[in-house]
Ligand binder design. Structure first.
Ligand code: UD1
Ligand code: MG
Length: 483
């Protein structure tokens, strides 16, 4: 038996409750589509369930059903429509057919994304060994406000879950909360749920009410306390979302540090979940690494730089305040400070691109340099070429984009304008201040600018003329003669 099969749970159906609107977020976007830790909430929840290898993963969708389905289906979940959304218990009832004959049901809310697979395994284990009808994942919180509270009987057993709005003054002290993550034995859940009435101010069927029904019919309801209480946190408000995001970011940074990455002032550094970084790379404060960014070993990403979908080789230095988008930097490249790489830029080994240089859809060859104040778009630059300060490729004529091709060992003088399409051959030399509109062959000089003329003494003469006529420069009074 292979490993995956050994760990599979073919008698378990996973049900993710993701149909609600999220009224408390005050948003036009459904709650489970909000992002934390670089992914939509629902995406995290499905990912946590995947390694369980359950019989199926079902997401209950309703509000913005299409968009929610577009998040969960590519990950392997199927969907059930709950319309209207009459509560967490109702969400289970509408999914009964999809759940089919699974022996156990693991239920998760779509807004508690920090839960870990290991914790779900422990929940299922406890449920089976305790021979329970229901097992609730709980957490003990310093501030339990807003959550349903666990009312214990004795030991592990639970009498009921009391929703916040139903708490008696005494019960407000209870600090063990319901995460809304449960394991049920299907055959015991369905009859209990049939007894649950929408006896609350929202007129909803609460799944939480099934616990007291089970308990009073003599069934066992257990609680498993989450090893890290943050795993139980929901995301009902923007403040909740910010807290959940902070935890994801912290976990990601902790993982990177364990993998040999140095992070200075880690709480200021933001790294998306799919980012990978090699050993001995240093991230300075306030760096953001987004999307599918991949960074090699021994790189330094200095403060204020934002990289999205960037690929960096080894020993790359990104100076402060660079923006890199969907671009590739081979090893030993030095970038910035204040450089901007727009999509499809490729800097080959040892290239240097300096301050206030913007590059778009261009290749800069091995060891080539564009150190200051340039725009390079739709260009191919060979190796060991030098692009002088202020060089601009005019790649756009108002209708379409045109390429610029610069060979190897080309020297482009400062403040040159290269009007595309144009080619500069290997070893060519462009005089500073040229506007180049025609190809320059290899080893040739391209010069295209007004010829300088110098007029000796012109300035001095001009000054004399002007001071003679200007009212602001009156002639000096003649000195009185001494007697
Ligand atoms: C729920 C629990 C509460 C628990 C808390 C943990 C109930 C009645 N209360 O409260 O005990 O402490 O979670 O975070 O269950 N949903 C549907 N269909 C519906 C209603 C909700 O799919 O008809 C989904 C929501 O989209 C959400 C999840 O169920 O993902 C939980 O709903 P939510 O409104 O967040 O419940 P809480 O008030 O947080
Ligand atoms: Mg919630």
């Amino acid at each position: 038996m292979d490993n995956a099969l050994a760990m599979s749970n073919h008698d378990v159906a996973v049900l993710i409750l993701a149909a609600g609107k999220g009224t408390r977020l005050r948003s036009s976007l459904a709650k489970v589509l909000h992002h934390a830790g670089g992914r939509p909430l629902a995406d995290h929840v499905v990912r946590a369930c995947l390694p369980l290898h359950a019989k199926k993963i079902i997401a209950v969708v309703g509000h913005q059903a299409e968009q929610v389905s577009a998040v969960v289906e590519p990950l392997g979940a199927e969907t059930v429509l709950q319309q209207p959304q009459n509560g967490t218990g109702h969400a289970l009832l509408v999914s009964k057919r999809a759940i089919g004959n699974a022996r156990y049901i693991i239920v998760l809310p779509g807004d508690a994304p920090l839960v870990r697979t290991e914790t779900l395994r422990a929940l299922l284990q406890k449920h089976k060994t305790g021979n329970a009808a229901a097992t609730i994942l709980t957490a003990v919180l310093a501030d339990p406000a807003g959550y349903g509270r666990i009312l214990r009987k004795s030991g592990d057993a639970v009498a009921a879950i009391i929703e916040e709005s139903e708490l008696t003054p005494d019960q407000r002290e209870l600090n063990e909360i319901n995460s809304s993550i449960y394991c049920f034995t299907a055959a015991k859940l369905w009859p209990a749920l049939a007894h649950v009435k929408p006896n609350n101010k929202h007129r909803e069927i609460y799944l939480t009410d099934a616990m007291s029904v089970l308990n009073s019919s003599g069934e066992t309801v257990l609680a498993e306390i989450a090893p890290d209480p943050r795993e139980a946190l929901g995301s009902n408000t923007r403040a909740d979302l910010a807290g959940v995001d902070r935890t994801f970011r912290e976990w990601k940074r902790d993982q990177l540090m364990r993998d040999g990455v140095t992070i200075q002032l880690p709480e200021t550094v933001l790294v998306d979940p799919d980012v990978t970084i090699g050993e001995d790379t240093i991230l300075e404060p306030t760096v953001q690494l987004l999307g599918k960014t991949k960074i090699g070993a021994r790189c330094t990403i200095r403060t204020g730089s934002v990289l999205r979908d960037a690929t960096l080789g080894d020993n790359v230095l990104v100076e402060p305040h660079c923006v890199i988008d969907s671009s590739r930097l081979e090893s030993e490249v030095v970038l910035g400070p204040f450089a901007r790489l727009r999509p499809e830029s490729h800097l080959l080994k040892g290239a240097r691109v300096g301050n206030f240089v913007e590059i778009k859809k261009s290749t800069i060859g091995e060891g080539s340099k564009a150190p200051h104040l340039s725009y390079i778009g739709d260009a191919k630059v060979g190796s060991k070429s030098n692009i002088g300060a202020g060089t601009i490729t005019c790649n756009y004529d108002g209708f379409s984009k045109h390429p610029t091709t610069i060979g190897n060992r080309v020297f482009v003088g400062s403040d040159s304008v290269l009007v595309a399409p144009v080619k500069l051959g290997d070893g060519a030399y462009i005089a500073a201040g040229s506007v180049i509109t025609r190809n320059v062959p290899p080893d040739a000089l391209g010069i295209a600018r007004g010829r300088q003329s110098t007029k000796p003494n012109w300035a001095a003469r001009k000054r004399r003329e002007l001071s003679a006529t200007s009212p602001h420069h009156p002639k000096k009074k003649p000195r009185k003669k001494r007697r």
